[in-house]
Design a protein around this ligand. Sequence first.
Ligand SMILES: Cc1cc2nc3c(=O)[nH]c(=O)nc-3n(C[C@H](O)[C@H](O)[C@H](O)COP(=O)(O)OP(=O)(O)OC[C@H]3O[C@@H](n4cnc5c(N)ncnc54)[C@H](O)[C@@H]3O)c2cc1C
Length: 134
Amino acid sequence: MLRVEEVYDTPEFASAADVIVIGAGIVGTSTAYELARRGVSVALVDKGIVGGEQSGRNWGWVRRQNRDMFELPLAMRSLRRWSELRDEIRIDLGFRRDGILYASNDAKKSPSGTRGASRRARSGLSVICLARPR
Ligand SMILES: Cc1cc2nc3c(=O)[nH]c(=O)nc-3n(C[C@H](O)[C@H](O)[C@H](O)COP(=O)(O)OP(=O)(O)OC[C@H]3O[C@@H](n4cnc5c(N)ncnc54)[C@H](O)[C@@H]3O)c2cc1C
C-alpha cells in the first residue's frame, strides 16, 4: 500500500535528489509523483506556489471528446489514472465522472458526426447524439 505524506513548501533546496523537476503545475507534480512512487527521489521546485499558475485556474475537465487522434490514448489513460488516484493516495481530489455535453451546429464536426464516429470506434468512446433526425 502506497503511503503519501503531506509535503510542505520550503525555500531550502534539497541537498540531494535523483531528479529535479522544475515547475509544480499538473505536469511537474504528476511527473514528480510518478517518479517518487517508483522509488526515485525527487525535488520539485517552483518559482511560485504549487498549482499557482495555469493548473490552478483551468476548467477541470478530463475530456476525451474533440481530441486529436494522437492525443486520445493519453487522454484515456489520464482518465483511468484520475479514477485510480483517490484510492491510491487516499485523498479525495474532487474528481468525478459526470459526462460532458457538447453543442455543435455542424454535425460533421460533432463528436457523434462522421469524424467522431470513426474516432469513437477506434478508441472505445461512448458518445450519444441528442440531435433530432432530419
Ligand atoms: C482557460 C483554460 C481552460 C483550461 N481548461 C482545461 C481543462 O478543462 N482540462 C484540461 O485538461 N486542460 C485545461 N486547460 C489546459 C491546462 O490548464 C494546461 O494544459 C495545464 O494546466 C498546463 O500544466 P503545466 O503543468 O504544464 O503548466 P502550469 O500549471 O502553468 O505550471 C507550470 C509551473 O512552472 C512554474 N515555472 C515556470 N517557469 C519557471 C521557472 N523558470 N522556474 C521555476 N518554476 C517555473 C510556474 O510557476 C508554474 O507553477 C485549460 C487552459 C486554459 C487557458
